[in-house]
Design a protein around this ligand. Sequence first.
Ligand code: BGC
Length: 708
Amino acid sequence: MKRQLAVEKAKELLEKMTTEEKVAQMIQVTYTDGGREEALKWAKMGAGSFLHVLGDDARELQREAMKTRLGIPVIFGIDCIHGHGLNTSATIFPSQLTCACSWNPEVARVMGEVSAREVATDGLHWTFSPVLCLARDTRWGRVNETFGEDPYLAGELGAAIIKGYQGDDLSDDEHILACAKHYLAYGEATGGRDAYDTEVTERKVREVFLPPFQKAVEAGCATIMTAYGFTDGTPLTADRHIMHDILRDELNFDGFVITDWDNTQSLVWLQHIAADISEASVMAASAGNDMIMTTKGFYEGMLNALKEGKVDISVVDEAVLHILTIKYEMELFDKPEKKGEPGCFGKEEHLDAARDAARKSVTLLRNNGMLPLGNGIKKIAVIGENADNVRAQYGDWTYFTHPVPDPTNSRPAHRPYVTLWEGVKEICDQEGIEASYAKGCAVIPKGEDDLEEAVRIAKDADAIIYAVGDVIPQFGEFSDRADLNLSGKQYELFELLKATGKPICTVLISSKPLCMGITAEQADAVVCGFNGGMFAGQALAEAIFGKINPSGRLPISFPHHSGQIPVYYNQMPGWHGGKYNDMPKTPLFAFGEGMGYSAFEYENLTCGSDLQVSVTVKNVGKVEGTETVQIYQNDCVSSVLTPVRRLIAFTQVTLGAGESKEVQIQLKKDDFALINKKCEKVVEPGEFILYAGHSSKEEDLISITIKM
Ligand code: BGC
């Protein structure tokens, strides 16, 4: 349904609603709190939405909702973060961070589209994705949920996945609503402590953290979730300036805003800025939250506040209007249930999409010639817990971390995933190579380590593939870490493996950059896999054996040491001593870094007055490969400090061995803007350095000076 008609219909319906019905419409109830009976009670009361309910349970609630006086359908939300992963049958994609290694918006779009189809098939309407927070302090537990550290890359991938989820028409049966979260600057919480104080100014917010959300709004994102944290003493949930003045008035957001989990009640018991639930309800709604996640007390709280004249009904009307407009736009009143495509879980095309995403995300970070493995290799030793740990490979937000009851028992509980060990074994079997596996040591020590067994198979092999990383209790919400060193005996085992004199390829299967230390510095090859989903193991093995030419690039920098954090590339100039305290100022691996079995050279960088950039890229390697051409700028003299380098564009080009191509990229004037002291976005005339190249590292870039 067209937006204008949806607004008119919503207004008509609003006129007919009682105050109780309006307030109930603002509430989202979780099925996991109270179960079926409690949920049915709320459906009868006219709750606007439910979360974390699947399949037949959801259908039953919808039938109840449709029987209410005005027959207003509910909308079901779920955390489909990298696939509809809370359902045991879903296709599991790489995590957002892993997907970002592809630097490929089409990979993100397809991931959204396939996931939407599986969510819709469950009768659900809405995912709380994508996360558009930036991961700059990697001690934070939720780094895996982000598209990395850079506002431009996060915005491009965010807009793409939103288009994948939502399609062109909110009413069609195979697409769902997206929810850009957590608005705003949530990932920047001081010290990497989740949901904590964010020490940022409005100028910095506009420069760094707002742009991905702006792109989400421009992409038509239907909903936005506010963040748990607080900035300058005001919880984001209670911040009218960021929700009304910035989100609605400046960015022209016209969907609806939802709080995060119980983040109305927590204004009382946790953040202590409201004396009781009534005051908190008024705060959250007046600030611009249209839907209240899981705080059922909002119902009484808001009704009491209205009775006592503490808030005007227009606040509630505005919120309900936003919600109903989206419901009409989705044509939910005519077809309350999304149909999706029956039986589409894990269908071949979906699995292929997850496999393709995994392949395009594999990031080779170091190679002294050991890879691709091939000639002369007769025996391989695969070592490490994460080489054969599907939970670690999947990462957060699947049924392993957030089990939700699945009422449709007929579905298979296990999908055809492939671990690294399985992927390597399969190739070895095909090629007549002997392969053996030993866990060696647990990532979190449990007292069952057998380092000797690992060394024994390593000694007997021609090459070692050693998986290091983290495991589920070490990441996710409530799991920030002060120390990003590899846990357990992972370094010690590396030393023992190294002492065998056999070539070692270290594979990182983790939620985020860890301090890899010797396991990277002394390895013959390093491959980053993060949480690659179902087919991570297959994709990593294919890259290691050269069946695919890895093309991933890092969306995030790797620290040498936890004390070196934050180590993101777009830092400000002007610190003392050219070091990070007593650590190097450069990271272990930089933003944009990644290699393959080809190599690329850049020349002839030009930029016309129409801001059309042209650069010649040549594949000087021996095999076809895909290069991500990265464009950065630096403002030479500006009224406020600007970062040493800022990504403003990228594109990919596939070139045969020896082939070269003139790559064209169209820039916009806005790409050279800064946020001045008055918080205005302006392009200050003067000189800019324009860089093009292979990564954010100085030595990987060529540059010219241009005038604006
Ligand atoms: C998280 C959100 C999530 C919500 C619902 C919260 O704790 O911060 O990202 O969407 O729970 O599960």
